[in-house]
Design a protein around this ligand. Structure first.
Ligand code: SAM
Length: 198
C-alpha cells in the first residue's frame, strides 16, 4: 500500500469476545499480554515444563504466527484479541479448575503515549479495580517498559487500587529477556520494571 494512503487502524476496535474452557488440569499458569513472537514464553516453558502458558496477542498476523508456533504444545494456548476485554472469560475457567495463575506478564505493551491513547493502556486504575473483584490476591503482575512516563503513570494508577504490594526490580524476569527488551538493551536504553500484588 502506498505510504501516503496507509491508514492506522486501531486494533482495540476488535470487540470480539473469546471463550475458553480451561486446560483440563490444575497446573500453574503463566500469562503473557502481547506475546508477540512468543519467544519469552517459549524459553519460560523450557524452565517450567509442567506449567501452562496463555498468550494474548491483539494483532491478527502476529496471533496467527503464534498459533502456528505453539500448535503442537498442549500446555500452550494463544488467544487473538484485546487481552483486557477477554481476561475474565479466559482466566476464570482456569481458576475454577483449581489452577493458580502464577504471574501475568505485561512486557513492553505498545506505549500508547499520546494523551488521546490513554484509554488504550492495559494497566489502568479501572482495570486493576475490576480485577480485584475476582482475581486471586497472590498472583503477581509483572510490568516492564522502556517508557519512563508510562512507568510513573502506572505507579500513579495503582495508588487508587488495592494493588499495594509493589516491588521495583532490576534484570530480566526469570533471567529471560523478551524480544523488545533485547532490542532496547542493545541500544543502551533503560528499562523500568515492577511486580505488584494486592
Ligand atoms: C511492543 S510489543 C512487545 C512484545 C513482547 N511482549 C516483548 O516484550 O518482546 C507489544 C505487543 O503487545 C501487543 N498488544 C498491545 N496491546 C495489546 C492488548 N490489549 N491485548 C493483546 N495484545 C496487545 C502488540 O500487538 C504487540 O505484539
Amino acid at each position: 500500500m502506498n505510504k501516503r494512503t496507509r491508514t492506522h487502524s486501531n486494533p482495540l476496535a476488535n470487540l470480539q469476545e473469546i471463550h475458553f474452557e480451561g486446560f483440563g488440569n490444575d497446573n500453574p499458569i503463566f500469562v503473557d499480554v502481547g506475546a508477540f513472537k512468543g519467544e519469552f514464553m517459549e524459553k519460560l516453558a523450557e524452565k517450567f515444563p509442567n506449567h501452562n502458558f496463555i498468550c494474548f496477542e491483539i494483532r491478527t498476523p502476529i496471533a496467527e504466527a503464534l498459533k502456528e508456533k505453539f500448535k503442537d504444545k498442549p500446555n500452550f494456548r494463544v488467544f487473538e484479541g484485546d487481552a483486557a476485554r477477554n481476561f475474565k472469560n479466559i482466566l476464570e475457567p482456569c481458576l475454577n479448575e483449581g489452577a493458580s495463575i502464577e504471574q501475568i506478564f505485561v512486557n513492553f505493551p505498545d506505549p500508547w503515549f499520546k494523551d488521546r491513547h490513554k484509554k488504550r493502556r492495559f494497566i489502568t486504575t479501572k482495570f486493576c479495580n475490576d480485577l480485584a473483584q475476582w482475581f486471586p490476591a497472590k498472583t503477581e503482575i509483572v510490568f516492564q517498559t522502556d517508557q519512563q512516563f508510562l512507568f510513573e503513570e502506572t505507579l500513579e494508577y495503582l495508588k487508587e487500587t488495592p494493588y499495594k504490594g509493589i516491588n521495583q526490580f532490576e534484570g530480566s524476569v526469570h533471567g529471560i529477556p523478551t524480544d523488545w527488551e533485547t532490542a532496547k538493551l542493545a541500544k543502551g536504553e533503560k528499562i523500568w520494571r515492577m511486580k505488584f500484588t494486592r
